[in-house]
Every structure is written in structure tokens, then in C-alpha cells.
Design a protein around this ligand. Structure first.
Ligand SMILES: O=C[C@H](O)COP(=O)(O)O
Ligand SMILES: CC(=O)C(=O)O
Length: 212
């Protein structure tokens, strides 16, 4: 069944962890997505950091209807267009600039623009959104930053990413302003490169049971 996320909150509701994928080979996209879905992680962020990323998004969107594939590491307006054309169902950026935000929101897709400061979170709320990525989470203050942010900006809901591990993820997920966490730990490059899909399903299963 195809799930259609309409908001950042819908993305947060998919699973406690959003795997952040760096795809070297487009052929790996479909088995990887199937492995993640089988482990309970249907929301998948494929970062636009490799030449294979857009083709990978296209393949997942076409062939794995149970997955909700989005594009990450969007840093310019051309990538917004390319990701949308490839069939991305949500858009993620590591940071926020006015031109990028306008292009992302114009698509009508759910978006998680990146913030690392209080002013950036406030600027995003002026755009009318309370759903955002907190990047780079560990380097920019981690759980202490999020606890402080919840005082003045309790409406902001974030997906911390960058330095999250299976060990510190529960500390983030316990916070009321964390919608989900993002991380590469369920999708290690070495396991993808050697096609060890069952091991990835195992990591995904462990990640998907982190909360509740
Ligand atoms: O830049 C963000 C990463 O792709 C995800 O962060 P991580 O590798 O620290 O989990
Ligand atoms: C940090 C992240 O998720 C991104 O590169 O979009």
C-alpha cells in the first residue's frame, strides 16, 4: 500500500528513525529500500551526494510502493526540481536559505529544512512550518540544545541528524520536540556495497523498535 505523507508530522509518524542513505550504485536502491521496509523503516532519505541518487529515488518510487522515498542534501533550487521529477515524496536540506525554502515549499511536498540555531528555527516558523531538520545535531548542541529550544519555541518539531547512533538515539527520542531522528547507522556503506540486505533489515528492525 502506498503511504502519502502530506506534512512533516506525517514523516515523523512513519518511524522513529529516518535512514539517511548515500547510494553509490543505483542498482542497490530497490533491494535496499525493500530491506528497510521489511525492518520497519519505510521513510527513506536518499541524499543527493552521489551521481546514483536521483536514479535510485526514481527506482524506489516506481518499484517499492511501501517505501516513502525522499531526497536529502538538497542545497540548491535545481536539485529541488530534479528530486521532484525523480519522484521524491519529501525534501530535506541540511540548511535553509530563502531561495531554497521558496523552491522547496512551492513543490507542495512535505519538507524538512535544516536549522542549527534559534534564529533559523524562528525564520522557518515565519514561513509557516514547524517541522524541521536539526543538523548537525551532535555538533550543534545535541539534546541540550533541543531542551533549551523547547522553552521559547515549543511548537518547533525536529528531526535531529548528524552524529546520532543507536546508543544516543533514545535520548533524542525521549524529547517532546523530537519527531524522529535521522542517521546513517542503519545503512552502513559496507553492507550496501556487499548486498547484505538481511543485515540491513536487522539494523532497521532494531532502529524501528527504539520508541514505544
Ligand atoms: O550528514 C548527515 C549524515 O549523512 C547523517 O549523519 P550521520 O552519518 O552522522 O548519521
Ligand atoms: C543532513 C541531511 O539530512 C541532509 O544532508 O539533507
Amino acid at each position: 500500500m502506498r503511504t502519502v505523507p502530506r506534512s512533516g508530522e506525517d514523516l515523523f509518524a512513519l518511524a522513529p528513525v529516518m535512514p539517511v542513505v548515500v547510494l553509490e550504485e543505483a542498482e542497490d536502491a530497490v533491494p535496499l529500500a525493500r530491506a528497510l521496509v521489511a525492518g520497519g523503516l519505510p521513510g527513506i532519505e536518499v541524499t543527493l551526494r552521489t551521481p546514483a541518487a536521483l536514479s535510485g529515488i526514481e527506482r524506489i518510487a516506481a518499484e517499492v510502493p511501501e517505501a516513502v522515498v525522499g531526497a536529502g542534501t538538497i542545497v540548491n533550487t535545481e536539485q529541488v526540481e530534479a528530486a521532484t521529477e525523480a519522484g521524491a515524496r519529501f525534501l530535506v536540506s541540511p540548511g535553509s536559505t530563502p531561495d531554497l525554502l521558496r523552491a522547496m515549499f512551492d513543490t507542495g511536498l512535505p519538507c524538512l529544512p535544516g536549522v542549527a540555531t534559534v534564529s533559523e528555527a524562528m525564520a522557518l516558523m515565519e514561513w509557516g512550518t514547524t517541522s524541521m531538520k536539526f543538523f548537525p545535531a551532535e555538533a550543534a548542541g545535541g539534546t541540550a540544545f533541543l531542551k533549551s529550544l523547547a522553552g521559547p519555541l515549543p511548537q518547533a518539531r525536529l528531526c535531529p541528524t548528524g552524529g546520532i547512533t543507536r546508543r544516543n538515539a533514545p535520548d533524542y527520542l525521549a524529547l517532546p520536540n523530537v519527531g524522529c531522528v535521522g542517521g546513517s547507522w542503519p545503512v552502513p556503506a559496507a553492507l550496501i556495497a556487499s548486498g547484505r540486505w538481511e543485515e540491513i533489515t536487522g539494523l532497521a528492525r532494531e532502529a524501528s523498535s527504539l520508541r514505544t
